[in-house]
Design a protein around this ligand. Structure first.
Ligand SMILES: [Zn+2]
Length: 126
């Protein structure tokens, strides 16, 4: 299973969470597209574990849409200073590996995907 290390949290996709009477009620999914906090499955959809996030269970809107597809892609997001950075699992360094940046994980992912569209041969081992 995929391991995440965002700079603020470390977890594994699919790990149990939110125990009630010793039984896990949910499983952890990918980083919140908005704030990077671990998300979890919720009524067929997903929610962010940060209660101050607009994608938390406090959000009265019941559908946040499908699970972000990048959660199951070989992509990592993490805080780099004040920015979110998105890289592929085989990232080595900024000189030779593509990296996307943004104010949120979602923006960093979009930036990385945009980069890959403009320079499809930037990574020739994909
Ligand atoms: Zn969030």
């Amino acid at each position: 299973m995929k391991n995440y290390k965002t700079g603020t949290s470390t977890w594994t996709y699919g790990d149990p969470c939110h125990y009630e009477n010793g039984k896990p009620m949910n499983i952890l999914l990918g980083p919140c597209p908005e704030c990077g906090t671990p998300c979890f499955d919720y009524g067929g959809g997903w929610r962010c574990n940060s209660l101050s996030c607009s994608k938390s269970v406090n959000n009265p809107s019941c559908d946040l849409g499908n699970l972000p597809t990048w959660w199951t892609e070989p992509i990592n997001v993490y805080l780099d200073g004040n920015s979110w950075c998105a890289t592929y699992d085989d990232f080595e360094d900024l000189q030779i590996s593509p990296a996307g940046f943004g104010d949120s994980p979602k923006e960093a992912i979009e930036n990385l995907k945009e980069l890959m569209k403009m320079y499809p041969d930037v990574v020739d081992n994909k």
